[in-house]
Each structure stands twice: as C-alpha cells, then as structure tokens.
Design a protein around this ligand. Structure first.
Ligand SMILES: [Zn+2]
Ligand SMILES: [Zn+2]
Length: 330
C-alpha cells in the first residue's frame, strides 16, 4: 500500500554530503586526526526549562561515522503531543522511545507518523524501514506521511516492496495488524515554500545547496509559541538566515575547520567546504539570522570537542549557542 501524492514544492539545490569519508580521508592524508572515533565526549542530555507547547528534541546528532554515542541525523519538533520529525537516521525509533521515557509523550513510538526529509543521503534516511515498520508493529494505525525531495517516492515504493513479505505475514497470518499502518503517503517537494499545515503548525521547505543533490531542504516550523528552523545538510545559506530571521531555535549542521585542515587532503577539505558549513561561516550566518538560540547538530568534530567548535563560532557570533548531544531538549 503505497501512494504518491503530487509534488508540492521545488528545490534548486546541488551538492552532496559524502559520508565523512573520514577513514578514507585519514588514510589518504596519512593522518589520524580524523578516525572512526570522531565523537565529542558525551555529556548528560540538556533539558530545556522552556515550558511552552513546542519543544525541539535532538534524536540523533551524528553523521555517517559509526559513532555509538551519536545516532544518525534526526530532529523532532514536538507540539503538545504530536511529533514532526526531520530526517530518519539510524536509531530514530529507539531514540524517540528514549525521549518518551524522559517524558515527551509526543514521541511515543506509535505516534511517529510524519517525517520531513531534508535530502536522500543515506545517513538521513537509513532509518526509513524502522520508522515505517516499528511504529506499525507497536500500534500505529495510520499511514506514515513522508515529505521529501524528488526521489523519496521511488525510495518509498522500493522500501515497501522490500518488506512486502513481512507486511503480508503481519496482516494475513496469525498476526492481525491493519495494513493501513504500513502504508506510506509520500509528498514530493520540488519547490520552496509551504509544504504542510495543520491546526498546530505550518511547515515551509527551504531550498539549500548540498553537493550534487538537485534538491535538498531545510525546514521552518511555525507554531503558536515558537518558530524553529532546521538547516539540513547545507553550505552556509542566506535562505536559512532569512527563514530564521529572529527565530526561536535554529538547529544547524556544522564542521570544525581546523580539523579539516589537519586532514591535509585537499579534495576532502574542498568537499566539506563546498557542501557543509564551517564554524566560522555558521557564526557569520547566525549573526545575520539572529536566532534566540543556535543549536549545533550533525557536528563534524574531526577529533575536536564541543568547546573548540564553539570557539570557532563565537569568533563571529555573540548570541546564545549550544553544541547539541543526542536527546537534548530545547
Ligand atoms: Zn548530506
Ligand atoms: Zn549528513
């Protein structure tokens, strides 16, 4: 059961986030500055004292690096008891379940029923099967609504096909799940602008530049109490700064520049400079965007810790900034 709803929006993007080719990069560069141990030391999750109905939960702040301390990219905007996910990286469902156990009811597994995908890189989509099937098995009784760039429909169709045997067994054998819960309603986005609206939230897609992807997006969520912008993977983007324009929370990707320099591998460095956002560029962007809080995610630490990365940003930005960890709530 799969349906493809026509495109709502368009993108103008390019560029790609090659998985932090870090192992290869290190080998090439003869450097151990970046390796699979690419994590910043873990700390206790930050729980904000904000008590309005809209919360931002970092489900996964990682990259393609197989760092057990940082799950794959996924962020949740939770409004009252409803969750709106951005991306579905590795571990997305179990991280949501952990957040529910920390008291965020909207992230209960069976309530995970809508996701906004920034782009189709595997680190942002590898949890798709989990998000489709686990909440269904745990009780979701409606379709999964998936918004994303062109190509997400084909991915959805293929994914549904890949699990056809499981779905058939669970709906017609001794298990009696309703097929609707394993249905995907896919909404391809091909232009910037409003992609979704309900009584609690308005969601706009923002076209960003990310490697050779023709379409990649950030998303802006406007609720009664807050405006939240999530950058997705992107080089520094005026469109993101404009979309924020004093927003409450800007969740942005970033890399630590000196770490890339240490790779001594010109192509990897050039790749990241063209496709992602350095701490320095993010500082300049935040100065223009003026978020009430800047939250770093998808950090490419390249051997550093939170503090050096924050220092790079603060050289260009004197507003509030936090380097995020998994399960931080803002
Ligand atoms: Zn990417
Ligand atoms: Zn990525």
């Amino acid at each position: 059961m799969y349906s493809h709803r026509p495109a709502l929006i368009l993108a103008l993007t390019q560029l790609a986030c090659r998985p932090p080719d870090v192992t290869k990069a290190s080998a090439k560069a003869g450097s151990e500055a970046v390796s699979r141990k690419e994590t910043a030391p873990s700390t206790e999750p930050t729980v904000s004292h904000y008590d309005g109905p809209t919360q931002v939960v970092l489900l996964g702040t990682g990259t393609p690096v197989d760092d057990p301390e940082r799950q794959g990219p996924a962020t949740a905007i939770v409004v009252n008891d409803t969750s709106y996910l951005v991306d579905m990286g590795s571990g997305v469902v179990r991280q949501a379940s952990r957040a529910e156990r920390l008291g965020i009811v909207g992230l209960a597994t069976e309530r995970l029923d809508r996701v906004f995908v920034t782009h189709l890189h595997s680190d942002h989509t590898v949890g798709f099967a989990d998000l489709l099937l686990s909440p269904w098995v745990m009780g979701r009784r409606q379709a999964l609504e998936v918004f994303g760039p062109p190509g997400i429909a084909e991915m959805s169709e293929n994914l549904h096909q890949a699990y056809a045997a499981d779905i058939e067994k669970r709906t017609s054998g001794m298990e009696t799940l309703e097929p609707i819960g394993a249905t995907i309603n896919v909404h391809e986005i091909s232009v910037s602008g409003r992609v979704y609206e309900d009584s609690q939230v308005k969601v706009d897609a923002i076209s960003v530049l990310h490697g050779s992807w023709a379409h990649a997006y950030g998303y802006r969520f406007e609720t009664d109490d807050r405006t939240v912008v999530v950058s997705g993977d992107t080089s520094a983007s005026n469109a993101i700064a404009r979309a924020c324009n004093g927003c409450d929370v800007l969740v942005h990707e970033v890399y630590w520049s000196p770490g890339l320099a240490s790779l001594r591998s010109p192509d990897v460095t050039a790749y990241h400079q063209a496709h992602h956002t350095s701490g320095a560029d993010l500082g300049k962007l935040a100065t223009k965007a003026k978020p009430k809080l800047l939250v770093l995610t998808h950090q490419l630490f390249t051997g550093a810790d939170h503090e050096p990365l924050l220092r790079e940003i603060r050289r260009h930005y004197d507003g509030p900034v936090v380097s995020g960890n998994d399960l931080d709530v803002f």
